[in-house]
Design a protein around this ligand. Structure first.
Ligand code: LLP
Length: 438
């Protein structure tokens, strides 16, 4: 991927940095992020939308990887930002991300989160349900201000990877159903909220999607809904947000399209279906997360012990695991890996990569071909840029790894490694239990 290559020492190099040297400098496990590749992916989105001729915003879904340096990078690339919690919002604001380009998502935003976001002057709230609609209206009224909103609708398209299911009414905790009239009702209700400015609607159909037909069907249903709203309520949507979910290649089983192809499929569908009823095409927003940062990340691990069960399986353990990448344990996600310090060595055996947690399910990769690995070898697992650091935990009181950005032969820490002091930093021992000095 990206700027990765094998150098003359036979080491994996990313962004011009030798991974063996990165290990010596920063230790392992280590998240290595190829900055140029994130920029390239961001530009693929921006360029494809420019080519469409439509007005647009590309909002990076920060849930995939939300740290201050990433927010800075997103701003530099002209992206907007999707946040779903006070923590992501705080991170963006601390990074100086322009508030008017922040969109706030979530099915249960707290009153505090709504106030914080209004006070910061964010660009748009994606309102998920009636309780939130009324709460936001009353808080905005109290503050004597008006805020922009989109209504999250569920178009009855549920996509996962290369399949989508089209249902009348889907069973989801998110949004207003188009199929049963609740979305229509919400638009009518929003119209009466004098402190809310309804910009349009939002729909998100799933994640790690490869095919374009689910997106196209979602556009068709949203366009039909928009036509009905226009006719019966006299309201025109200025903005239609089509969410994220564009797939990436983790292993050879995955066959994603290029970013430009997803964008073209969506913008063509918008032109096709909205021009039937709309005098002017709406502005199109999308929210890619994984496809902006996923393939830019590589996790480096040091190999430790192994256990060979003759005729059954060989386990090779690394110094991280489900604490830095819970996706295999949670979703049975597949990853590819290589020995980064002996990249030219040929594969000799089939092994399974185990983490170090005290849990049987803590496996990173099942049955991968590798050169025979020895303790101290460096394992690089690819495509860990999305939903890895973001979903990392301290299970077994394992400190979270550092994150470094690499570019043009330079490496910079963007998240420092947690220390053992960090691990106990929030612990409080009640005074009556304190150990008495002897
Ligand atoms: N917009 C909305 C409203 C979303 O719910 C999501 C993801 C996105 C955008 C970004 O989707 P992306 O482009 O990254 O697929 N933890 C899971 C993924 C959960 C995605 C949740 N929503 C994983 O590790 O695969």
């Amino acid at each position: 991927h990206g700027t990765s290559k094998i150098n003359t020492k036979g080491h994996l190099e990313i962004g011009g940095c030798d991974t063996v040297e990165l290990k010596e400098t920063y230790g392992t496990p280590l998240y290595v992020v190829d900055e140029d590749l994130i920029r390239r992916r961001s530009r693929e989105y921006m360029d494809a939308f420019r080519a469409s001729g439509l007005s647009f915003q590309v909002a990076y879904a920060s849930k995939a990887f939300c740290v201050m340096a990433m927010c800075r990078l997103a701003e530099e690339e002209g992206l907007s930002l999707d946040v779903v919690s006070e923590g992501e919002l705080y991170t963006a604001l601390q990074a100086g991300f322009p508030a008017h380009r922040i969109h706030f998502h979530g099915n249960n935003k707290t009153p505090f989160e709504l106030e914080m976001a209004i006070d910061a002057g964010i660009g748009c709230f994606v309102v998920d349900n009636m309780v939130e609609l009324h709460m936001l209206q009353s808080i905005a009224a109290e503050k004597k201000t008006t805020v922009n909103i989109l209504l999250r609708v569920t178009p009855g398209v549920e996509a996962h990877t290369h399949e989508y299911i089209s249902t009348g009414q889907i069973d989801s905790k998110f949004g207003f159903d188009i199929g049963n009239g609740s979305a229509f009702e919400a638009v009518g209700e929003a119209k009466h909220c004098t402190n809310l400015n309804l910009l349009g609607v939002h729909s998100h159909i799933g994640s790690q999607i490869f095919e374009v037909d689910g997106f196209q069907l979602a556009v068709e249903r949203v366009a039909n809904f928009a036509a009905k709203v226009k006719e019966e309520l006299g309201i025109l949507f200025q903005v239609v947000n089509l969410g994220g979910g564009f797939g990436i290649r983790y292993t050879e089983e995955d066959k994603p399209l290029h970013v430009a192809d997803y964008v073209r499929a969506i913008t063509d569908a918008v032109k096709k279906y909205f021009s039937l009823s709309y005098p002017k095409l709406p502005e199109i927003w999308v929210e890619p997360g994984r496809s902006i940062v996923g393939d830019s990340g590589t996790t480096l691990y040091t190999i430790g012990t192994s256990k060979d069960i003759p005729g059954v399986r060989k386990y090779v353990a690394v110094d991280g695991g489900m604490t830095d990448n819970p996706r295999p344990a949670l979703y049975e996600s597949k990853y590819e890996a290589m020995l980064a310090n002996r990249a030219y060595d040929s594969n000799e055996e089939t092994v399974s990569i185990a983490g170090k947690c005290c849990e049987t399910g803590d496996m990173l990769i099942w049955d991968i071909e590798l050169p025979t690995a020895n303790p101290g070898d460096l394992l690089a697992v690819a495509c860990t840029g999305a939903y890895n650091y973001a979903m990392a935990s301290n299970y077994n009181r394992i400190p979270r790894p550092a994150v470094v950005f690499v570019k043009d032969g330079q490496s910079e820490v963007v998240v420092r490694r947690e220390t053992l002091q960090d691990i106990v930093a929030y612990d409080v021992v009640p005074a009556r239990m304190l150990k008495q000095p002897s």
